[in-house]
Write a protein that binds this ligand. Structure first.
Ligand SMILES: *[C@@H]1O[C@H](CO)[C@@H](O)[C@H](O)[C@H]1NC(C)=O
Ligand SMILES: *[C@@H]1O[C@H](CO)[C@@H](O)[C@H](O)[C@H]1NC(C)=O
Ligand SMILES: *[C@@H]1O[C@H](CO)[C@@H](O)[C@H](O)[C@H]1NC(C)=O
Ligand SMILES: *[C@@H]1O[C@H](CO)[C@@H](O)[C@H](O)[C@H]1NC(C)=O
Ligand SMILES: *[C@@H]1O[C@H](CO)[C@@H](O)[C@H](O)[C@H]1NC(C)=O
Ligand SMILES: *[C@@H]1O[C@H](CO)[C@@H](O)[C@H](O)[C@H]1NC(C)=O
Length: 450
């Protein structure tokens, strides 16, 4: 439906433009103190780097027709007409969501010389589709070169030169693996080489998942479907999550695990099935069910949060096994539901989301069971979880609800002041980016003195 997508884009354009105008006025009046060391300049980019990419939203059938996901600045359609906080959000739309939030950031400056950091409003993941799934499969090493040329050499070379790109950042709403194909692979296997290009070594990239030894990138939370517009909506959800009875011990929502090869998803499926098949199985501690398996294969849950949010709300623990890549959006859905995450490898979260999920506190909000122990040593996940004292389960859940949940959700753009005073995933990503860029610039200045 090209006409529908064009209408969407037209609406987006109008909203983006009108917001830019009002926020820049607002920021002039922002107190100097509040914005000290926090000024951000948004680079002016031709629309081919962002809005134009949305017009082709129906042209990547292998990926998805992503036109419906563009609504509400990338939050997608509401789950119901009467819903205020719940959307059918596609996590790959984070580039749009972030851009929209950037436009209402209180410390924007139009003068790049005053800026502590420079945001590149480039929809990197959307632009990569033509290399990942489209006609330019065999030229994926080109991804980013046009952008670099514009940033460093076009109209305003001094903006780049001032800090050689160390102060620039962008969002790439896919796992970093999709952008790290070695330049020497010819023909390319999968992925573009954006993060392999020396041109971008100095730029900070916010991705949904980082590599084991990341250089440019930092992982930030996958967007969930929950985007409250004000404090009362957040608080009423928090109360609901706190009060729900957890009648299931553990839940897995996802696909995979059907192959005969040993892997952790398969072990989970077998453990769950054999327990539920056996009518003599123990049901303890007031749980009505020990294990629930929500089948989300073939992406059927992706834009339908009701399918998994309800069961997650009723479960104490949510299993987060690695799949094609180590991280999962489901980790964040579960946190929103107050369901304690169970991880099977450190790459699933601990070595990824350091800004949002503090590394030193993992024992206080999650359970770790090595996947090798489950797959090869016969460790039963249920046994491990049942051994955790109830008081401790309660404390972990409180930490997930009170501390993690507000930090990992992306509130709705334009939300009211009360909610804006609480730091959400976007605010924490900006704090982390500003600190990182500050230290990069200090290093650069030290280099220049030598
Ligand atoms: C959109 O698709 C058309 C036709 O496939 C192509 O010519 C055009 O360059 C694409 N636009 C963008 C911004 O990728
Ligand atoms: C939701 O609202 C739209 C526009 O107001 C309307 O066309 C549609 O029928 C409504 N859907 C439902 C399920 O009520
Ligand atoms: C890419 O290159 C491979 C091998 O050279 C070729 O088989 C394939 O058709 C090419 N794909 C496209 C989209 O050009
Ligand atoms: C990145 O920064 C280093 C110094 O830290 C500099 O030598 C290099 O030229 C910069 N790269 C680009 C593409 O500007
Ligand atoms: C559980 O029961 C179903 C249906 O009777 C059967 O197909 C499956 O193999 C059983 N699974 C296990 C692990 O016993
Ligand atoms: C149920 O669990 C308890 C404690 O874990 C154990 O002592 C008991 O033997 C189990 N009963 C059955 C029927 O498996």
């Amino acid at each position: 439906m090209p006409s529908a997508s064009l209408t969407t884009v037209a609406i987006l354009l109008l909203l983006l433009i009108s917001t830019t105008a009002t926020t820049s006025e607002e920021s002039e009046s922002e107190s100097e103190d509040e914005c000290r060391d926090r000024w951000i300049h948004i680079r002016d980019l031709p629309t081919r780097f962002n809005l134009d990419l949305l017009t082709n939203c129906s042209q990547y059938p292998v990926f998805d027709n992503f036109c419906p996901h563009l609504f509400h600045h990338g939050l997608g359609h509401k789950t119901h007409n009467s819903s205020h906080s719940w959307y059918r959000t596609d996590p790959f739309m984070l580039e749009l969501i972030f851009h929209r939030r950037m436009l209402e950031y209180p410390c924007l400056t139009s003068d790049p010389n005053l800026a502590n950091a420079i945001y590149i409003p480039y929809y990197a993941g959307l632009d990569s589709l033509k290399y990942l799934f489209g006609p330019q499969l065999n030229s994926s090493f080109l991804h980013g070169l046009d952008l670099f040329h514009y940033l460093a050499a076009a109209a305003h070379p001094h903006i780049w030169k001032k800090n050689l790109g160390h102060d620039h950042f962008l969002v790439m709403a896919r796992p970093a693996w999709d952008f790290t194909q070695p330049l020497s692979n010819d023909p390319p296997i999968f992925g573009t080489s954006f993060l392999e290009l020396p041109q971008f070594f100095n730029v900070t990239a916010l991705t949904l998942e980082s590599r084991a030894y990341p250089w440019q990138e930092q992982a930030i939370p996958y967007p969930t479907s929950f985007h409250p517009p004000n404090l009362p909506f957040l608080e009423s959800w928090l109360n609901r999550v706190k009060k729900t009875r957890r009648s299931t011990l553990m839940l897995f929502a996802g696909g995979g695990g059907m192959s005969a090869n040993p892997n952790v998803r398969r072990s989970i499926r077998l453990e769950c099935e054999s327990h539920n098949n056996n009518s003599n199985s123990n049901v303890s501690w007031g749980y009505e069910k020990m294990c629930e398996f929500v089948d989300c294969s073939n992406g059927i849950c992706e834009h339908d949060p009701i399918k998994f949010m309800r069961p997650m709300l009723q479960s104490s623990f949510c299993l987060q096994p690695p799949g094609d890549t180590p991280t999962r959006r489901s980790t964040f859905d579960a946190i929103v539901a107050g369901c304690i995450p169970v991880f099977f490898e450190e790459m699933s979260a601990k070595r990824q989301y350091g800004w949002h999920l503090p590394e030193k506190e993992y024992d206080e909000f999650s359970v770790f069971i090595r996947k090798e122990d489950v797959v090869f040593k016969g460790v039963k996940i249920m046994d491990v979880l049942m051994r955790i004292p109830r008081g401790e389960v309660r404390r972990m859940r409180e930490k997930v609800i009170e501390y993690l949940m507000p930090r990992i959700m992306y509130r709705k753009h334009g939300s009211s002041l009360g909610l804006r005073n609480k730091k959400d995933a976007f605010d924490i990503a900006i704090d982390g980016t500003l600190l990182r860029i500050k230290s990069r610039i200090q290093d650069l200045e030290a280099q220049r003195l030598e």
